[in-house]
Structure formats: C-alpha cells, structure tokens
Design a protein around this ligand. Sequence first.
Ligand SMILES: [Zn+2]
Length: 483
Amino acid sequence: MICPVERLDHLAAFQSPGLPLTSEIASVIGDGPASPSWTIPYSPVRGMRVTAPAHVFATDPDGGDAVEVELQGLVGDGTVLDGEFVRVGSDRLDGAGVLASSPSADYRFAPDTTEAVHCITDLAECPRFDAVNVYHHVDSYAREFWEDRMEVDITFRAEARVHTAGDGGFADWPTRSMKLGVGNIFMKNSALSDDLIYHEYNHLVMASLGFEIGVGVSEETRALHEAYADYFMATWTDDPRIAEWVVTCPPRLHCEGPPDDTDLRTLILDAETWNWRQGQPSETLKYGACLRYHEGDRKCKQSWNNFTSVYVWGMIWGAALWDVRTAVGAEIADGIALAAVRRHTSETGLDEALTHVMDEAEGRYGPNVAGAVAAAFEQRGFLVSVDTGLDRPESDLPVSLSIDVWPNPAEHSVHLRLHRNSARSQGPAIWTLTDLLGRQVLEGAMTDSQPASIDISNLTSGLYRVTVRVDDTMSSALFLKMH
Ligand SMILES: [Zn+2]
C-alpha cells in the first residue's frame, strides 16, 4: 500500500508561511483579492498558506499507530482546518457548519478508535483527531493523486464534516460537501479510513469534471459513479479492497452460515459471477455479508452491505476497470478511466460509457491496448463493438489490416484479433511468431470472426513479433513473453 505520508516532501513550494503565490499556483487557484469568500459553494481559496503539525493515520488504524505529519495548505494563521482543497469540522464538537480549530495551530491530537458510535449522544466520545485525519487525507490525495499524478486541476473546495450519524459516507456536489459517519451497526468511524475518504472525495472531483449525478439520475449512471469512485481510490492505494478496517459485524453467537466479508467492497471479483450478461446480470448478486444474532428479535439475521443495483452494477464496472489495469498497467488504465469520465454526463449509461472507454483506449493508446480493454469488458459480459470502418465507402479506404495482441506481457498464451477494412483482402489469415533474430518459432491460421489463442508456455522469455498476413497485406506487433 502506498503511504501518502511519505510523499509530502516534494510539495515544499506550497508550505512556507508567507510565501507569495507563484504564477503557476495562481493560475490554478485564481488571482483575485486575498480575502476568501465564505459562501457555499466555496470558491478556490486565494492568499497565503501555512502548515501545522498533526497526528494522522497513514492509512487506517490497521496500518499502524498514528504518525506525525505537517498539514499542508492551511489558510490564514493555521488555527482553523480551512485549506486550499478542503475545510473540515465536526457538527458535534465545533457546531453545525463550524470548522475545527486549534488556537496554537497544533493538531497533534490522540486518536480513539473505539467508541465513536456514541459520539452522537456523548461529546466525550468525539475525538478531535477525526477532523484532522480527514483534512490530511483529502488534502494530500487532491495534491498527489488528482493534481500531480492525474494532472487534473482541482477547481473547488470540499466541505467535509465528521461525526455524522450512521454507517459510511456521503457526498453532495451542489454543496461541495462530504460527510463521514461515525458508524452504527455494520461500520466503524469512516473518518479514520483513508480509502472511504478518497471514495467520497472522488464523487466530488468527478462532478467537477462534468460527470454530475443528482436527483432523477438513472441507476446505471449512479452505478458508474460508484465504480469510478472505487477505482480511482484503489488505483492510488494499489489495493482493490475497500474499507477493511471500517467494516464490522455484531457477534453471531450460535448463528451458523458462511463467513462474513471482511471488506465493504472489492474490485477483484470472479468474472463469471460478477458479469453484466449483456444487460441481464444475475439478480442474486450481493456483497458484504454480515451474519448476526439480533438481540431484539432473538433471530439470526443475514445482511449485505451491497445489494442494490447501483452498488452491484458498480462493482461489475469497477471490476472490469480493475481487470483493464491488471492487463495494461495502472498508468494506461487510469488514463483511459479519466478520459472516459471527462466524457460521461448525468445521462451516461453503461453502453455509452463503454463507447467512451473504447474510443479513448483506441485513440490514446492504439489497437493493442484497445484489444486488451475490449477483452476485459467482454469477459465481464459487455458487448464491445469494434469500429472496423466498414460503414465508410470501400473505395475511400486503403487496403489495410490491423491486429490486436493481448495480454502484453504474456505468460501462457497470447490472443490475436484481426481487423480488415476491405473486402478486397479475402484470403485466409496466417499468423507467424518470430523471435528478435527473425527466426520463426510458431505459425497458424485464423479467421476474422474468431480471436486466435496461441500457446506460448514453451517459449523462452523475451520479445517476440507476431505477424498476420492476408494475401499481400500484413500487420505485426511486438509482445513480451514472461515466465
Ligand atoms: Zn459512493
């Protein structure tokens, strides 16, 4: 797991008290007067930034004791959790809508991971630590993931509230707000879990890019929003499991059944089961099992954290994105996901989303990557239509042939898919595999309609060229054989 705390030092340009804005920073956050405006939604902050010492969890309480960090990007004198990317407070400790503060600008508070559920009725159970932890994780995620790695300009400030009643989290774009629940029956305090914080913040970032969900938006669109909120979190933490620390389940006592799931969701899911089936996914899909003995009813009760279409379909889409990441690597998969999200709107369903994904994969990374992306979505039961150019008049087209080769690198087998744009090349397709010295090591025939699968388990590791010939036209691609 990547530890955000270890990667703060390259942000030094942001952190000196009194440092004038550089033109680069000013271009991101605006160049207006120095006094911020406190109306909702909050505009990007203008003026000076300071840092302040703080205690936070590097990831969540399972990831080790709280560590000391410097909070970045605080405005004013640093005595309020009011920063460049996020403002945080507790309705319980600070008052409704009021930001958390420290008169000495020192946020080294002690965590309490045990009884936050009682914070709703007992102020003594509301740790000051929680707002600080949320501030740190939103701020560092906005800087390091969204701005540095994804090169997205964050144009809004999030309004985060901790110590909200109930399980889980919540995000609302019109008010730029995200709320972290103290937990209830099935979850603990969300403010202590970096991945849940990232998930809620991702909803806001995607809305800021034009992919908004609001009242009346379809379940498919909401499912997509959940899927990408999970995906962008998981690609940053490099961990497909979500909320392992937060999820809990009351004692099951004598109740018998399969083991409880130990995370809220995951993106590593069996492709046969978690399958879109061309719009007819199984209606029995559920995830996040908890079997408990219910004291009041004196009954054993089984429940699931994810059982509605929005979350189940979202998990299928999220798993497909994770499959793509596994096939082509995080950098390319993240690039495709972000480019697709920029094209998604409040009207986008899964079919249109897939068109966006395939367009961006092909346009940005070429046919080999597009082939791998198509294979990942096909395996999850999506119908991928490949643009062969056949809808254009044939006379306008040169005779051409292209192939998709995936996965790359490959271990046991590689798959080939053939695209030919002209009826003039009608002969049989022959593929050959050559090593880097040009020696032919394997050969076979294939058809247009069927991808070919080549067993390469006996080849030594290294680069190979696969070439497909039809009549006098040919296309080739390199792939890496690994052991
Ligand atoms: Zn969500």
